[in-house]
Design a protein around this ligand. Structure first.
Ligand code: NAP
Length: 250
């Protein structure tokens, strides 16, 4: 007898699906039976993700969008709804860092991080909310960060964007709950991706001292949490923030 998969025949949109955490989420969801609209700045960037999803026997669409631009997001959402027909799960994962101390932080670096991490999450969520409300179901999973919970010297823009994502998630959860739509956030700690690649050996050693489980996380660890929020198992859970951080924040 075939084993029932957790996301059988669901359709999921994952932003920033070209690499790192977004790609791991796309592949995990596909392995669990979902078709994937893989969004990134350019379709080239998601080609590998799309090919791997198809190898898993699921449909995949490559979608180009800059999450921080309303017109680009609207065009992408229109394309997805036309090609996929329906969307069940939205994962707002695209994000960037532009670190610097407050006193030296440029307005451009502040704006870029807030525009992609926070406004991008707003634009994509808003764009799918109509369809979710209409179909009386939908799962929104936003990728925040532990930095949004505890702050970090040198990351005031990033911390503000991720704290914003958490507040946004809770508000959306309250607004859409009566329509059968849930919204939850994941707060990853330090996960091995291109984003954390730049950490030098000293920074790495200092970091490991703050992580009770004494290792950096893998993109797949975040994907497991995203799968939980997207799956039927989480039907009665909304407005929550789950840290996936080796115990850093407790
Ligand atoms: P990553 O490897 O840098 O991947 C980020 C993805 O987002 C890339 O594919 C990137 O595309 C895409 N992206 C960036 N700006 C975009 C835009 N304007 N429009 C569309 N796509 C865009 O980073 P990651 O570590 O996987 O991070 C994924 C999410 O997890 C982010 O929200 C990040 O803040 C969060 N997070 C990561 C960690 C960690 O330790 N790694 C910890 C906490 C939270 P390009 O190829 O074009 O750059």
């Amino acid at each position: 007898m075939a084993v029932m998969k957790h996301l059988e025949n669901q359709i999921a949109v994952v932003t920033g699906a070209g690499r790192g955490i977004g790609r791991a989420i796309a592949l995990k969801f596909a392995a669990e039976g979902a078709d994937i609209a893989a969004v990134d700045l350019k379709t080239d960037f998601v080609q590998e993700t799309v090919e791997e999803v198809r190898k898993l026997g699921r449909k995949a669409w490559a979608v180009a969008a800059n999450v921080s631009e309303a017109a680009s997001v609207e065009a992408a959402v229109e394309q997805i709804l036309k090609e996929a027909g329906r969307v069940d799960i939205l994962v707002n994962n695209a994000g960037i860092t532009k670190d610097g101390l407050l006193m030296r932080m440029s307005e451009a670096d502040w704006d870029a991080v807030l525009d992609i991490n926070l406004k991008g999450t707003f634009l994509f969520t808003k764009a799918f909310s109509r369809a979710f409300v209409k179909q009386r179901s939908g799962r929104i999973v936003n990728i925040a960060s532990v930095i949004g919970l505890i702050g970090n010297a040198g990351q005031c823009n990033y911390a503000a964007s991720k704290a914003g994502v958490i507040g946004f998630t809770k508000s959306v959860a309250r607004e859409l709950a009566s329509r059968g739509v849930t919204a939850n956030a994941i707060a990853p700690g330090f996960i091995e991706t291109k984003m954390t690649e730049a950490l030098g050996p000293e920074a790495r050693t200092a970091l490991l001292k703050q992580i009770p489980l004494a290792s950096l996380g893998q993109p797949g660890d975040v994907a497991e949490a995203a799968l939980f929020f997207a799956s039927p198992a989480a039907r009665y859970i909304t407005g929550q923030v789950l840290a996936v951080d080796g115990g850093m924040v407790m």
